[in-house]
Design a protein around this ligand. Sequence first.
Ligand code: ADP
Ligand code: GN1
Ligand code: MG
Length: 354
Amino acid sequence: METAIQSFLFDGNPISSKKYGEGHINQTYLVVTDKGKRYIMQRLNDTVFKDCEGLMRNVDAVTSFLAKKYDDSRRCLHLIPTKDGKAWFVDKEGKHWRVYDFVEESVCLQSPRSLDDFKNSGAAFGNFQAALLEFPASTLSETIPNFHNTPARYVQFKESLIRNVAGRIDEVKEEIDFILSREEDASYLQNKLNSGVLPLRVTHNDTKLNNVLFDEKTNDALCIIDLDTIMPGLIAYDFGDSIRFGASTGAEDEKDLSKIEMSLERYKAYCDGFIPACPGISPEEIRSLPYGAKIITLENALRFLMDYIDGDVYYKIARPEHNLDRARTQIKLVSDMESKFHQMLKIAEAFIKS
Ligand code: ADP
Ligand code: GN1
Ligand code: MG
């Protein structure tokens, strides 16, 4: 950490650094200098990201592209260079580090404070799509191959069941059955992509509410963060991941499942923000959105449960059954979405222009 801190061109001398935020993947620190300037410094998770160089090239290219579009510097992330002019630093152990300007006077939410917050976040992700419309997609590295290829996730899941590394599968039979019984549903969007019905766009792929910063004063959704998984993908998954996290009436790791529901009111608010902001969204894409919500939630249930079965090697955990608790909330959400699916589809279809 010390050599990494010394390598970046901060405004002033760093006087403190401490762990920061609620992300599940990278090590994130808040660094403050003697001039009172604040920064976000991150060490990339190289278990999750096998190609950190490719990832950092993506982030550098996307942030530079976006910076030219916005007058207000708080609207996108800015990388701080190293003292020798590089966009990231590699330490002696081969770990990759980066520093962003801290987006000041902003708040990060774990759940929307109002329907307007959620609608605003939808508009921000829709605008993000619009801003990247002309970004050269072919220059992007695939930072996690098959990231939202749900059928491929099922293949990994079954392999993990066979390995049963942590010896936990007997205690989670019910959850495993839930996931396996929905394997066919999980291919719905991938099939539409393969047959050319749905197009690939440059998508964010990790559109949780805590990957948006809101303006502290105006409550406007200001800045999209966590750009590690920007890759070509389906718009339905960007929509869906926002719904999975922000339309849930409880936290992702809530133990009391009676608190977990997918709020149709919030779903509608997100549609109001997202769909009109998405450039050239086709009727087929609009119809795919509720499927995106259900499938990405199922995919997250599978991923959390698989990590529990694998012995907690992927996500950060704060308690022994953390990944299992997370898998259970996702399963509850999938069930709830199944019972509300007809209404979800109707709400989305109302945005198709006749
Ligand atoms: P992870 O990939 O681990 O989720 P993120 O890049 O999302 O890491 O960062 C973790 C948290 O750090 C965010 O949820 C947010 O609270 C905070 N954060 C990240 N970047 C900034 C920034 N530039 N300004 C202010 N806060 C930030
Ligand atoms: C991770 O990095 P973070 O916490 O924003 C994960 C997402 C999951 C999410 C579940 C690179 O997101 O795919 O949906 O946790 N990111 C990666 O909360 O795997
Ligand atoms: Mg994050």
